[in-house]
Ligand binder design. Sequence first.
Ligand code: GLC
Length: 711
Amino acid sequence: MTRNFLSFILLFLTLTVASEAKDQRDKLIARQVAVFYPSDFDSVANMPSFALIKEFPAIGKVPDSWKLNPVFFHSGKYSCVSLPVKKGTSLYGSGETTGSLLRNGNDITLWNTDNFNYAGFDGKQLYQSHPWVLGVNVDGTAFGIIADNTWKQKLILNDSIKFISEGPAFRVIVIQKDSPQAVLTALSELVGKMDLPPLWSLGYQQCRYSYFPDSRVKQIADEFRNRKIPCDVIWFDIDYMDKFKVFTFDKNIFPDPKGLNDYLHDRSFKTIWMIDPGIKAEEGYMVYDSGSKGNHWIKDKNGKDFVGKVWPGDCKFPDFTRPQTQKWWSDFYKDFMATGIDGVWNDMNEPSVFEVDSKTMPIDNQHRGGELLPPGPHLRYHNVYGMLMIKFSREGILKVHPDKRPFILSRSGYLGSHRYGATWTGDNMASTDHLRLSIPMSLNLGLSGQFFNGADIGGFAENTTPELFGQWIALGVFYPFSRGHACKGSNDKEPWAFGPEIEKVSQMALNRRYRLLPYLYTLFQEASSTGVPVMRPIFFADIKDTTLRREEQSFLLGKDLMVIPKWAKNPAMPKGIWRNISIAGENSQNDQYQPDVKIREGAIVPVGKCIQNTTEYSTDSLTLIISTNANGFAEGRLYEDAGDGFGYKRGQYAFWTFSASTKSGVVTVKARKSEGRLSSKPKMFKVMLYTKNGVIESSWKKGPVLNIKFR
Ligand code: GLC
């Protein structure tokens, strides 16, 4: 392609976006999805949208019968919108904050903040901002609201939904559907689907701030393997760097990063290494020098490079709104990844700045933008700083490994960040409160599009007691993102660090996760194609049953499994029979740590073998856990693909469908490949049939068509 042609395309795209941006009439952009504009909408101050994947053309006018109409107004310097909330409506979503699952009555500040222990701002201003609310009406019909702007804003949820922004007037997108699930699917069509992550990232991951020197890392890895505790990933926190300078290695404690990565790969571990945005302002440091040469730094209000303190001391910060800076940044990943690194951890990207009350940079700092992004103050770009960072980290990684699924973990995020990376819930604390809180936090992130998330298992800050760790790992193996982490100065928090009893608890918990991987991976596929999260609130089992709307002690994994932690007191249960199952030989009802896992009647859940890491993963031998319904029927499915790469987008995948039916007291189980071009080997199956009388186990049988009869 010639340069001229490329410039033509660019001009065309710019004009198209500009002309669509000018189409500022209220309109329908999909079935039951409408956009509403305030009369003083300024497209330059709002566009392009960071949440939406594109500008959606009108498919019609908003019908007069439209029920949920936003009212725009100004109050002093604030631009506001208000939508009425009918009595009995349950509100969810709104991203990452502390508090209960049900968000009614909450005031949340959407301003990404490094909030250690969630202690500041009453826990209502954390690392991410999702200007998004999911509402569920009394009858189970549902709606979703996106306040499509990135500026600092408050979200107030009481008898109305109010967004109060410090930026200019903004547009609002309203989704109205028959169910919350359908709203989430509509959301995913607007804000994007997440590509499937590599299978290994569904394994357990071990982190600490920080494992060093390299011999300690090797020792940790060896302990996992020697003790037969499943694990897939070892993480490298900031201490691997030379004086916390990103894209460097401390030569004394990590003299041979490539050799270390090889050592870990040889033992079937992947490695994830941290990269922060604060660049140490030190002449002679190659990232700093080239950043200064290319004029890549965010400016203060006077146009000088902004300097703020983070781990390395005085730092400057890349201005990710600039196309030149985006490219400069992504190019650093070439040499970095060449050391054999598998994934990247982008942290402190709110961006966090030390020793200032605001914990970040001044709101009048300047971003220069370029191409489609207009210049603007930090007040406008703060909430998407981390999102831009991971977007271009991902591009850099993809340039190096175009055939691998990139894995990035980001602490900060904005509605739509899931397109570029997974997240965790930041610096929690080793307390029972934070253990329990992790469930509604994770659920609401999932209900805000970011379903690949989890909390630091064990609690990050402070020492963890054996009892707390046992409870936490037993729960944490059911987080979509399952990683143990610990703060500097706190006690050792590896599964064996608390003595033999907790080591056994951890091993069992992890065996449960690894055996569940076929089901979990199928759920990831479902979530990435429909937007309906992996970890779901209990009320998803019956959206019309309002007694389930507050349940936040227990949760669903997909639609077929329910997880009830040991501390749950009288958890609200959906109607129907949910039978306790054993996944890895445990008896959760006689166990003080392992949550009960229950299967929905009518479901078939495929379970794999006990493995030590995902390089051993295979779906060639599956156990089908079955609970038939009152009609003697059950069904389930399995998704499989290469576990990495993008072949699945070209048909290299397979769906298997399982069914069980009962006739004259005989249960027949069938398995068949129902979709996809992946050629899979004939499978071996074993059935565990749960009935009111207990469990019946079959012997192993060969597929592809399975016919097991139980009498
Ligand atoms: C931040 C992160 C934490 C990490 C630490 C050191 O506090 O949230 O996970 O360990 O920085 O890099």
